[in-house]
Design a protein around this ligand. Structure first.
Ligand code: ATP
Length: 945
């Protein structure tokens, strides 16, 4: 039996909250509907908007609050316990005990600042991800003031009457008041994956959630439709109660994050190895005191550990997802960013993704008669415009029948605007909306028609049989069964035809004529819907609830076709072309007919006219090996059911492809889960599809997928740029220590430990962050996708970081050190190991490294393009980072307190001029190198072509 978890505290007059008579779900299930309505202060017409708003204030939003797995404090403290942080804590102590308190304090201060910075980065990344989650509202159709309106599910309150259909996730615990073939997947609550039937009548099976007339929040409608009255929302629901007890948000790490973790660990181990070696050498080779040797070795460790790598990468991934969201692609977690950049194949739906999903009926075909419908869009109280002037619909029984089916076998609803300013909104699928507009143009009134012939049963549309049937009650104990759907799905259940008002057997000649008409429309890229009906006495199926597909969808009379256009999205042409350039294949996988699919594919440049079209039936007869071969070529899949999509995705993956696949329906979920990137439609997609997907398109637009892939590639290449930048400063930080060691201390340390810390944890930070925010490099979509097994730390990065950039900077900084000494008389005078000359010389080394890093920040911005082409000032984060870098350096040189801590001193005018000149040749040299690489790439491409 149900507990008293979901106590309903709302009753009395609309909007009033009274807690005097709590009601359990059990009671609510057994109560007469009228009594329940009274208890909930609602009616079959729903709440009033005013009452609902009042209730929302009292009960709060219909949301499940996520409990934080880790407290903020713990997350904050975690940043001070990393390997490097621990090393710095210990070093601080050593410095203190060795009689260098300033050094100890400075090391700790740097450690604290670095920890706070990492925490801020993580926090900023989390905030970006959270705000993405909020951008994804779930909508629900509620009846308020007697009218159907669409609201954010968060605003649903107890007492609200709402409608659900296949694909919806149920927004609240609710009592069912109307239902047609309703089946619900309650696995989220019960763990049972088989869908359960739900109904209006009270019935109680065994088990906790076994009330047949109650649906529970968090479960999913797998088929059918229903209307229900909300009993409890948010944390008051059964789901909310369970969530309160057990919930914690799952934290996953992406392959990229794992690779970074591995990289950090490996580099840390190398760093510690070098540190230990340097420690031993310093003691035995240079005869340095132990404590000083330890601090010296620490310098090496700090120089090589890529501290701050992970939080910076997480932040840059989060920034990438925020940019994607602006381009209408919402990623559910950061993991997908990198996979997007690797995508080699996109399996895309046609309707609504490649096309606009604005169905307009252009032609009506009836036996021996064809009409062209002019005009598009919604015309209130308009009239159907036929090519035969002064035509009277009542004179054409076929046309009248077809329009009646289009009117009544139709689930769209018109949402009347609250004020006269807004245009009327149509709630429902675009196909049915197109038919709704057609009947409205013909002046038909749905409300009146429904009063005369109410719908008493229905067999909802599904993508497998591609048709839907409704049963309308006529007077005199007669019923009308209305079917509409794809021609192949409808013709197979017809054995008669309505021909100019007369019903006669359907012949092969009729079928040929219908097929010819259908083909003609399809060749023009139009989608045809077929219409059929049957009359039946009430006595044949006394209980309308027992109609099944088998009993209802048989012996139908064919009426005619309606052909509708759905133009390609204007931006699709460029997006398809961009995919071709980026070596990304697009495979159209559509429920529409083969001819329509091909006509659209060729029109938008997706395939050539020679592309092979494979239908769902053909897939069924193909072996995996055959299908695997077929998906390699230029191919279109038509008339497919969602199960086929799963196989197509699997076979592409078997070929080694990284697959992005779109989907919107309930049955698309397995394919979306299987794909490397499952993409659900935000506007027309079901909650189930959105739940299964990794990415949601807020505009359902294919072009947004391409924009997201470009962003995915950009984020990855930015992380590489960032990595190159922070690694390349390691070499000039290490070389001075090598000089010191191998001259047995003859050349005093040209860079002190505190100065190394300052570069790594101070001046380098902001420009590195700026590289994470770099825009897409021109030509990034002209390259083939990155191979799956490519490493983040590629050979080219290693060579540039430790060779080209690193060694140049080492040379420059070492020369800078000797230059200052020379101005004071070296080699005649020995190199000083302390005193003002030494301080000035180490300051110059530090400053030279900083100025080399300025050049590196600019050079790292592009891999191939010239920075002058993308605009040297186009990334203001980098510019501000550089300004900050120079500002910090100046503070170190001129603020006495910092001079003491960092062993620095002011430098002269000549030195400043030298410093300011350093970046110029470095940038020009790199520009020249990039120029030759570009030429080489271009040459190989021309040769390849
Ligand atoms: P895509 O798979 O590219 O998104 P689709 O919308 O054509 O395209 P389905 O939704 O599976 O794919 O529809 C398949 C066919 O079913 C359509 O081509 C149409 O003939 C028919 N159909 C679509 N919607 C309805 C409906 N509401 N009622 C009856 N038949 C429909």
């Amino acid at each position: 039996m149900m507990g008293v978890l979901s106590i309903i505290k709302i009753m009395g007059k609309a909007g009033d909250i009274m807690a005097n008579q709590p009601l359990t779900t059990d009671n609510a299930a057994q109560m007469a509907l009228n009594d329940l309505d009274q208890q909930l202060g609602t009616t079959a017409d729903g709440l009033t908007q005013e009452a609902a708003a009042k209730r929302l204030e009292t009960v709060g939003p219909n949301t499940i609050q996520h409990s934080q797995k880790q407290s903020q404090l713990l997350r904050f403290l975690k940043n001070f316990t990393s390997l490097m942080a621990l090393l710095l804590w210990v070093s601080g102590f050593v410095a203190m005990f060795a009689g260098m308190p300033e050094l100890g304090i400075a090391i700790w201060a740097v450690n604290i600042i670095n920890g706070c910075f990492s925490f801020w980065q993580e926090h900023a990344a989390q905030k970006a991800t959270d705000s993405l989650r909020k951008m994804l509202p779930t909508y629900v159709n509620v009846i308020r003031d007697g009218k159907v309106t669409q609201i954010d599910a968060d605003d649903l309150v107890p007492g609200d009457v709402f409608q659900i259909q296949a694909g919806n996730s149920i927004p609240a615990d609710a009592r069912i008041t109307e239902a047609a073939s309703l089946q619900v997947d309650e696995s989220a609550l019960t763990g049972e994956s088989l869908p359960v039937f739900k109904q209006v009548a009270y019935e109680h099976d065994d088990g906790k959630f076994a009330l047949k007339n109650i649906v529970f929040a968090g479960t999913i409608v797998t088929s059918g439709t229903a209307t229900a009255t909300a009993l409890a929302t948010g944390m008051q629901t059964e789901f909310g109660q369970i969530a309160k007890l057990t919930q914690s948000q799952k934290q996953t790490t992406s392959p990229l994050q794992r690779e970074l973790n591995r990289l950090t660990q490996q580099l840390s181990l190398i760093a510690i190895g070098i540190g230990v070696a340097f420690f031993i050498l310093a003691i035995f080779f240079v005869h340095y005191p132990v404590a000083k040797s330890f601090i010296f070795a620490l310098g090496m460790v700090v120089a090589f550990i890529p501290e701050g790598l992970l939080p910076t990468v997480t932040l840059s991934l989060a920034q990438g997802t925020t940019r994607m969201a602006k381009k209408h692609a919402l990623l559910k977690d950061l993991n997908s960013v990198e996979t997007l950049g690797e995508t080699t194949v996109i399996c895309s739906d046609k309707t609504g993704t490649l096309t606009q999903n604005q169905m307009t009926v252009n032609h009506i075909w009836l036996p021996g008669q064809e009409y062209t419908v002019s005009g598009t869009g919604y015309v209130n109280n308009g009239h159907i415009q036929l090519n035969q002037k002064d035509f009277d619909i009542s004179q054409d029984a076929n046309l009248a029948r077809l329009l009646d089916i289009a009117l009544l076998n139709n689930d769209t609803k018109l949402e009347t605007p609250k004020d006269n300013q807004a245009t009327t909104k149509i709630l429902g699928t675009p196909t049915e909306a197109g038919l709704n507009i057609l009947t409205d143009k013909a002046g038909l009134d749905k409300v009146k028609a429904l009063q005369a012939t109410p719908r008493i049963a229905e067999l909802p549309f599904d993508s497998d049989r591609k048709r839907m049937t409704t049963v309308q009650q006529l007077p005199e104990q007669q019923r009308m069964l209305y079917t509409k759907g794809a021609l192949d799905g409808v013709i197979q259940i017809c054995d008669q035809i309505l021909d100019r008002g007369t019903v006669r057997p359907l012949t092969a000649t009729d079928k040929a004529a219908i097929d010819a008409a259908n083909k003609k429309y399809a060749a023009d890229g139009l989608r045809s819907l077929a219409f059929a009906y049957r009359t039946e006495a009430d006595s044949v199926t006394p209980d309308p609830a027992t109609y099944s597909i088998k009993t209802a969808e048989q012996h139908m009379t064919f009426v005619g076709l309606a052909a509708m256009s759905d133009p390609p999205r204007p931006e699709i042409y460029a997006a398809v072309e961009q995919c071709h350039r980026a070596n990304i294949r697009i495979i159209m996988v559509t429920g529409d007919s083969a001819l329509t699919a091909k006509s659209i594919a060729v029109k938008i440049g997706l395939t050539s006219a020679d592309a092979k079209v494979i239908t769902g039936d053909q897939i069924d007869s193909m072996s995996d090996a055959e299908l695997q071969q077929a998906v390699k070529g230029e191919v279109i899949f038509a008339r497919v059911a969602p199960e086929h999509k799963f196989r197509i995705v699997s076979m592409c993956q078997a070929n080694g492809d990284v697959v992005a696949s779109t989907g919107d329906g309930v049955n698309d979920a397995p394919a979306l889960k299987k794909a490397d990137i499952g993409i659900a439609m935000g506007v027309t997609g079901t909650d189930v599809a959105k739940d299964a997907a990794d990415m949601i398109l807020t505009d359902d637009n294919f072009a947004s997928i391409v924009a997201a892939i470009e962003e995915g590639r950009t984020v990855y290449s930015n992380i590489q740029k960032f990595l190159l930048y922070i690694l390349n400063s390691n070499v000039p930080e290490a070389i001075p220590s090598v000089l010191f060691l191998f001259t047995r201390g003859l050349v005093p340390l040209p860079l002190t430990v505190m100065q190394i810390l300052m570069v790594d944890l101070g001046t380098d930070m902001l420009p590195a962050l700026g590289l994470g925010a770099e825009k897409s490099e021109p030509g990034i979509m002209d390259q083939p996708p990155r191979p799956r097994n490519a490493h983040l730390l590629s050979r080219s990065i290693i060579w540039k970081a430790f060779g080209l950039y690193g060694l140049t900077a080492s040379l420059i900084s070492s020369l800078a050190y000797f230059f200052v000494n020379m101005t004071y008389g070296w080699p005649a005078n020995a190199l000083a190991a302390s005193g003002p000359v030494y301080r000035e010389a180490t300051t110059m080394t530090l400053a030279a490294i900083v100025f080399c890093q300025i050049a590196a920040a600019i050079n790292c911005r592009t891999q191939l393009s010239s920075v002058f082409k993308i605009g040297i000032f186009s990334n203001r984060h980098i510019i501000w980072g550089i300004v900050f870098e120079v500002f910090l350096l100046t503070c170190l040189m001129y603020i006495p307190l910092l001079q003491g801590l960092f062993n620095t001193a002011p430098i002269g005018g000549v030195e400043w001029v030298i410093l300011l000149c350093i970046p110029v040749p470095l940038i020009l040299l790199e520009e020249t190198r990039k120029y030759f690489v570009r030429r080489h790439v271009l040459k190989s491409a021309t040769k390849g072509a």
